[in-house]
Structure formats: C-alpha cells, structure tokens
Write a protein that binds this ligand. Structure first.
Ligand SMILES: Nc1nc2c(c(=O)[nH]1)N[C@H]1C(S)=C(S)[C@@H](COP(=O)(O)OP(=O)(O)OC[C@H]3O[C@@H](n4cnc5c(=O)[nH]c(N)nc54)[C@H](O)[C@@H]3O)O[C@H]1N2
Ligand SMILES: Nc1nc2c(c(=O)[nH]1)N[C@H]1C(S)=C(S)[C@@H](COP(=O)(O)OP(=O)(O)OC[C@H]3O[C@@H](n4cnc5c(=O)[nH]c(N)nc54)[C@H](O)[C@@H]3O)O[C@H]1N2
Ligand code: SF4
Ligand SMILES: [Mo]
Length: 743
C-alpha cells in the first residue's frame, strides 16, 4: 500500500498541488436551488453575520436572485447599523477560487481525485462501518464547530450518537467556551450567560478580564462607547491592548495570576463590608466558606503574586464598591488557562457577593467567540444532551428519546471524550476514523506538531469544509465540500442568547452542499435515514429543537417559526410558549433586551447560586533559564479570523493585517537580546520553533512576548496543558526563547 493511501498507517503525505475545479451541476441535488422562493429576486434581506458571536445583522442586497453586496442593518438591535471589516467582507470568501466544488477522494497514488456524492458517501459509510466492525462502535469520532447553524449541529450530533452508534465527539468550542459552560453550569445550575447587550450601555463600572473587544468584538466595543454614564472601564490584561489603552484603568497583571487577584478582591470587598448581605442570604450558598477561604489573600500576598501594587488593588475594589451597576466581562484570557473554570467562577463570585446580577448594567458575563458557540453548547449533542439536557440523567434520556421517536437505549449514558482525549485515543490506537467538520484543527489545536503527527495514525480522515486547501483538509482521505454562511438556512445564537437567522442568498459552487444536507445524505447512506424523517429542512428541524427545549431554562417553544425571528429582530432565549411577551401589544423593549435572574432565582434545585473556589495552582510550564520568556497568544487584528481560511480570501482584509507572523516583544527584552525593530527572530519552545518579525512595543511587559494565533506556525509552540474541569487548552501560557537571527 502506498504512503497516505486509505488504510495505510504511514504518515499522510500532505498534498499541495492545484485542485481540479469541476463544475458539475445537477439541478436535483440538495442545496442547489435558487434562493428560497420567499425572497424576491431583487430583494434586500437581513442575515446575522457568520464570524463572531456578536451576531450583527447584515442587509444583503440581491440582484436576480444572487447576493451582490451588503450593508450593516441600522434596525437590528445588536449592531444598530455598524459592522466590522469581516462583516463588510462576508460575501467575498464565498467566491474564492479555491472553494471545494466536488468531494475529493485520495486514491492509491496518494493524490485526491474529484468524485461524485454517490461514491463519496459509499466510501464514507463503508470505511467508517468497516472501522467500527474491526475496532468497536466507539473507534470513530468527530470534531465539529461553533460556526455552523444550530439545526446542523443538532442533526450531526444526533446522527452520530443515535444513528451511527458513535460516542466520542467534540467541537472547537472546547478550545473556546468549554470553561464558561462548566463554570456557569456549576455556579448557576445551567449554562446561562445572563446579560443583554444594553448592559454595556447601562453600567457605571465595566470590568474586562482577559478580553480585548476592540479587536475581537469591535461592535460590542462600539456599544460600550455609547454608554452615557461616563463609566469606569477597568481592563485586566498582561498586555496594554487597544482595549486597555481605551480604558480608564489598566491592571497589567502577571500572566495567569487572575485567580489570586480575584480572591484578593473578594477578600477586600468582604473585609470592608462592601457586599450585599441580603442578596447573599437569599440567592447564594457557600458564603461562609468563601469568606474563610479568601482570608489569607491579603493585599500583600496578592500584590506579590500579581505584580499590582496594594494601592491598585484597593483602588480596584473601591471602584467595584462605588459602582451602582457593575458588570464583569471575560473572554479567552480567562477561559484558556490551567485553572480556567475556577477563575471564571471567581468572577461570578464577585458579581454574586456584591449583588451585581439580574439588574440593568450588571452581570458575570462571558462573551462567546464564534457566531454559534452558544448553539453548540445547548444543541450540538456533544457534551450536553440536546436542549441542555444531561446524558447521565435517565429522565432526560427518556424525554429526548420520546420527542425524537428514537429508542431510549440508543442514547448513550456515558459522557463523550473531550477533544484532547479523542486525540489521545488516536495515539493509543482506539480511535481509527475521524470526521472533522468546519474547523481547521491542524492549525488551531494546541501543540500542533503532536496533533498532526497523530493524524497519520488514522485509518480514515474525513474533512468537511468550504475549502479543500485548509491545513487539515490537505491531510484528508476524503474531503466533502460544504456550502457556507449565506448559501444555506438556519439559526445562530449569539453571546446574549439571541437566535438570529442565516439565509440562502448565494448559490454554493459546483456540488457543494449545506452541511445539513450532507448530514442527511450520510444518514440515508448509513441506513438510519428513517430516524430523521422529521428533519426534512432546517426549519423542520427547528421545530424539533423547540420541542426538545420545552421546560428547560433555554426554552424556545414560544418562537413560532423563522419568520417570527425575522420580525422580532432576533429572539433571546428563553421564550416559553405562552410567554406574555408574545401577546399582542407586549412591550417592544422587553422583547428585544432581556437578561436573566431578575428575581434572584438560579437553576439549582434550591434556587441558589453556588460560590465555588479552589486554591490557585502553579502554571504547568514556568519560564526557566533555557526558555526564559512567557508566550501569550490571541487575536491580532479585527480583519483576521482564526486560521484565515475565510478572511485570507479577501484582498481587503489581507490588506488590513500583516502578511507574515510577527512577535510582540518589549523594548527592554529586545535590547537585551539584540533584537532590532522589524528584524527576524527565532522563537522556540520545547515543542517547536518558528521565525517571526520582531514588533518591538511596550504593549507587552518585559519577560513576556505575544504571537497572534492567525499564522499557521504559532501552535507549534503552545503547551498542551488543560483545565481539569473544562479540559480547555491553556493557549495563553508557555515558556519560550527568542533569538535574533544574524543577517
Ligand atoms: N478579529 C477577530 N475577532 C474574533 C476572533 C478572531 O479570530 N478574529 N475570534 C472569535 C473567537 S472564537 C473568540 S473565542 C474571541 C476571543 O476574544 P478575546 O478573548 O478577547 O481574544 P484573545 O486575543 O484571544 O484574548 C484576549 C486577551 O487575553 C489576554 N491574556 C492572555 N493571558 C492572560 C492572563 O493570564 N490573564 C488575563 N487577564 N488576560 C490574559 C491577551 O493578552 C489578550 O489580549 O474572539 C472572537 N472574535
Ligand atoms: N494559539 C492559539 N490557538 C488558538 C486560540 C488562541 O487564542 N491561541 N484560540 C482558539 C479558539 S478560541 C478557537 S474558537 C479556535 C478556532 O479554530 P478553528 O475552528 O480551527 O478556526 P477557523 O479558521 O475558524 O476554522 C473554521 C473552518 O471551518 C470552515 N467553515 C466555515 N464555515 C463553514 C460551514 O458553514 N461549513 C463547513 N463545512 N465549513 C465551514 C472554514 O473554511 C474554516 O476552515 O482556535 C483556537 N486556537
Ligand atoms: S463584530 Fe462580529 S458579528 Fe459583527 S460584523 Fe464583525 S465579525 Fe460580524
Ligand atoms: Mo473561540
């Protein structure tokens, strides 16, 4: 067998040649129709953006049934007429010359050749079933995404677990939102971000921890700019980011000292009596234990651990105390850490003990990342059973089985492995078949070298993406061409729990199909299509999801149909059937901006939120003599989206970001290392090494350097450490060495 051929165990040869562009249109194929009949050929229609979780409304203008351009929707309650560069350029990646137009199957010579859907599906089913027959039903796995529609993720998760008999699956939301999911679930009793975007405008103190919204959520930052209360804006970030520069106070803490800082703030608030005893008594459990626990976190020891002065700590606590409406916002600086879950909960604790939750302008608020990270958390059937149910709960399994009409024993009671455990499974030879959907793991997964070596151990790798040219798709045995945002229908759920619509305004090229239809074809080919008879279309699937949500905290049974989502300008969950908001004449403002916990009741059986904590732990890879600097990673510019598969297709977006990988390094370290501005440096960790251009800047503190994640080489360096509760990778801390490259 030749290297890289299906079934071989030798490492796959990465294929870098041009791709055949074979445009074979068969009008009867799924997803190849014109825009839906209800859109007039020259209509203008609003879609929510398919990049970040802000969920802006974009008005797409059609000419003869095809999208020609777009503008920001001035009426959509999220963005009020604004959009960032990615939104403005959202149509461009669809027309890229390297779009996948047919399935590609790697032949015996190791090179992929175009095949039709029939052959692709036959290959998929035969190979995956063959693996299961040889190695057991759990020897196949999938890795999916927060960037497809809710209906699509729900169908995929149901097909895989109930139809194909698989168990182990995960999503790139593990890299991103797993921590917030676990933190909320443990603290509140359900994964429920409590806020609405008007909170940005209603706070008098906003605290951003490990979040850089100027770059990562630019339109949310615009909402902060609209705040009329001259708010105190406090940013906690080791780097002096664009957001930190625009803030009223920046606390440049030492990397990964957040947990100590937050316990230190709790210590000061409690010691000074700057708390809300009534709220604590009514709505929380664990306050006595928390008070005792934070006693040793005195300003002296917190100052030593965080690098902040005692005055700065007192100043921070005082600002929280003085604020009447304090909101806490966090993102990846918190979620991607070795002690991420407890750090997120330490933020939640501050909001709870000061009674800053459930009122306008307050909250312990995790901003999500991808356009449908929230959909994935509730409906992907990966970590939680459909509709925010629990796989381990027999009543939940029976209920979901009843709604879907599948036998209850088809619903697994065991949890799935997480992303890193699936990869360990590949290494151990337990996972032999892998299906990767709408994520580019070969670039984005932590300690990339290890991951990419392990892909060679798979018997069968299937990649389903818009482009066969991604780092991951180039390694696939079988590539399946997906239709993208704007080429299909469905819903996305944004950071403030708002369901918004994606519509078909453009035709997918060649044989590319909506993921929804690919999953339906797989179900037919597998022989379990009967299980999904009700899932004829995304909107039919939406009706199934509604039923599954009934009575759950994320209840959406009051949403009649897609048209109602359109009419309301998106709808936040929950909206149970019979909700007074649905009655004619219900107040428009209450319909469009809703927050949770106004009555101080949480989702645990006793109605109370839990104050949770653990002692801080040291970082897994501290700097040392050989690797003396701490490497931070994250977003670089508002024009770059993750691994660039989409944003690099736009010349406008490319023009807004540096072409080559660059390293932010402090003037002091640059001097010591003999590194001049814009010269080449070698950056090495214990796992790999790369060359970058030095950006000498006081954005980073001495002893720290920063690389933007958008360049494919960056994750060669990162350290595979994980939070024990959420199993989210700690992308933002590892030890590196920087050397000037002699010229
Ligand atoms: N333009 C653009 N926007 C995006 C994305 C994109 O790729 N491009 N991706 C989207 C997605 S999926 C996500 S998850 C979000 C991410 O949004 P953010 O989390 O805001 O972005 P990051 O740059 O990853 O990380 C935020 C900050 O964490 C800081 N940080 C690092 N270590 C620590 C630490 O120990 N403590 C603290 N307090 N801070 C630390 C970093 O310096 C960085 O400035 O952005 C979304 N929006
Ligand atoms: N060092 C470092 N690494 C990181 C991070 C970090 O901060 N630092 N952040 C992490 C985070 S928060 C995230 S979310 C991940 C993101 O990592 P990835 O998910 O790997 O990044 P994307 O580039 O968004 O990949 C999405 C892929 O889906 C494809 N796609 C888009 N829409 C569709 C569709 O509708 N259907 C199909 N089939 N395909 C589609 C795109 O072409 C693209 O190739 O990266 C993580 N990696
Ligand atoms: S802020 Fe996010 S949702 Fe809004 S246009 Fe930009 S990428 Fe799209
Ligand atoms: Mo993310």
């Amino acid at each position: 067998m030749s290297p890289g051929a299906p079934g071989s165990n030798t490492p796959l040869r990465e294929w870098t040649g041009p791709l055949t562009q074979e445009l074979v249109l068969r009008p009867g194929d799924f997803g190849l129709g014109q825009v839906p009949a209800r859109l007039a050929p020259d209509a203008t229609t609003t879609l929510v953006c398919g990049f970040c979780s802000t969920g802006c409304g974009l008005k797409v203008h059609l000419k003869q049934g095809e999208a020609v351009n777009l503008t920001a929707d001035t009426l959509y309650p999220v963005n009020l007429g604004m959009a960032c560069p990615k939104g403005w350029e959202a149509l461009t990646p669809l027309a890229a010359p390297d779009r996948g137009t047919t399935p590609l199957l790697r032949g015996p010579g190791g090179l992929p050749r175009p095949v039709g859907w029939e052959e692709a599906l036959r290959e998929f089913t035969t190979r995956m079933k063959g693996i299961q027959a040889a190695h057991g039903p759990h020897s196949i796995a999938f890795l999916s995404t927060g960037q497809i529609c809710t209906e699509e993720m729900a169908l995929l998760g149901s097909l895989f677990k109930f139809g194909m008999g698989g168990l182990h699956c995960d999503s790139n939301t593990r890299q991103c939102m797993a921590t917030a999911h676990v933190a909320y679930k443990q603290s509140f009793g359900f994964d429920a971000p409590p806020f609405t975007y008007t909170d940005f405008e209603e706070s008098d103190v906003l605290v951003f921890i490990g979040a850089n919204p100027c770059i990562a959520h630019p339109i949310l930052w615009q909402r902060v700019q609209r705040n009329p209360h001259q708010p105190e804006i406090i940013v906690v970030d080791p780097r002096k980011t664009e957001t930190a520069m625009a803030a009223t106070r920046h606390h440049a803490i030492l990397p990964k000292s957040d947990l100590v800082l937050l316990y230190g703030l709790a210590h000061l608030l409690i010691r000074n009596g700057w708390i809300d005893p009534g709220f604590i008594a009514r709505s929380t459990t664990g306050f006595e234990e928390l008070s005792r626990f934070v006693e040793p976190f005195t300003p002296e020891c917190v100052s030593a651990a965080t690098g902040l002065t005692r005055e700065a700590l007192l100043d921070f606590a005082t600002a929280i105390h003085r604020g009447r409406r304090v909101s806490f916002w966090w993102t990846m600086g918190v979620n991607q850490s070795h002690e991420a879950t407890r750090t997120a909960q330490a933020i939640i604790n501050l909001a709870l003990i000061t009674g800053n939750i459930g009122r306008p302008g307050t909250g312990a608020n995790s901003i999500t990342g991808q356009c449908n990270a929230m959909g994935s958390r509730l409906y992907a059937n990966v970590t939680s059973l459909l509709g925010g149910h629990d796989f381990s709960n027999p009543d939940h399994r029976a209920r979901v089985a009843g709604v879907l009409g599948v036998p209850a024993e088809r619903i697994p009671s065991e949890p799935s492995w997480s992303y890193d455990q699936i990869i360990d499974g590949i290494d151990a030879g337990t996972i032999k078949g892998l299906w990767v959907i709408a994520t580019n793991s070969s670039h984005s997964w932590v300690h990339q070298g290890g991951f990419n070596r392990l892909l060679g151990k798979l018997d069968f790798l299937v990649v389903q993406d818009l482009y066969p040219t991604t780092e991951t798709a180039r390694r696939a045995h079988l590539y399946l061409p997906g239709a993208g945002w704007g080429e299909k229908e469905g819903t996305l759920i944004n950071s403030e729990r708002r369901l918004g619509l994606v519509k078909k305004v453009s035709r997918a090229p060649g044989l590319a199909l909506a993921d929804f239809h690919i999953f339906r074809l797989v179900a037919e080919s597998w022989g379990c299509g009967g299980m999904f008879r009700r899932w004829q279309s995304p909107e039919a699937a939406f009706q199934v999801l509604k039923e599954l949500s009934r009575g759950r905290p994320c209840d959406i049974s009051g949403i009649r149909d897609y048209r109602m989502i359109e009419e309301w300008g998106g709808i936040q969950w929950p909206l149970p059937e019979g909700s007074p908001l649905v009655a004619p004449g219900a107040e428009a403002d209450a319909r469009t901006h809703r927050r949770l916990f106004a009555d101080g009741t949480f989702y645990h059986a006793d109605g109370r939120a839990r104050l949770l904590f653990d002692p801080p732990r040291s970082v897994p890879e501290p700097p040392d003599a050989e690797f003396p600097l701490v490497l931070l990673t994250g977003r670089g510019t508002s024009a770059q989206w993750h691994t660039g598969s989409r944003t690099n297709k736009s010349s406008i977006l490319r023009g807004l970001a540096p072409t080559e990988c660059y390293l932010e390094i402090s003037p002091a370290d640059a001097r010591t290392l003999g590194v001049g501005p814009n010269t080449q440096v070698q950056v090495s960790s214990r796992r790999g090494s790369l060359v970058a251009t030095a950006l000498v800047t006081s954005v980073v503190q001495p002893g720290q350097v920063f690389l933007p994640m958008h360049y494919p080489e960056v994750n060669q360096l990162t350290h595979p450490g994980f939070d024990p509760h959420s199993r989210q990778p700690s992308y933002k801390h590892c030890a590196v060495r920087v050397e000037a490259i002699a010229r």
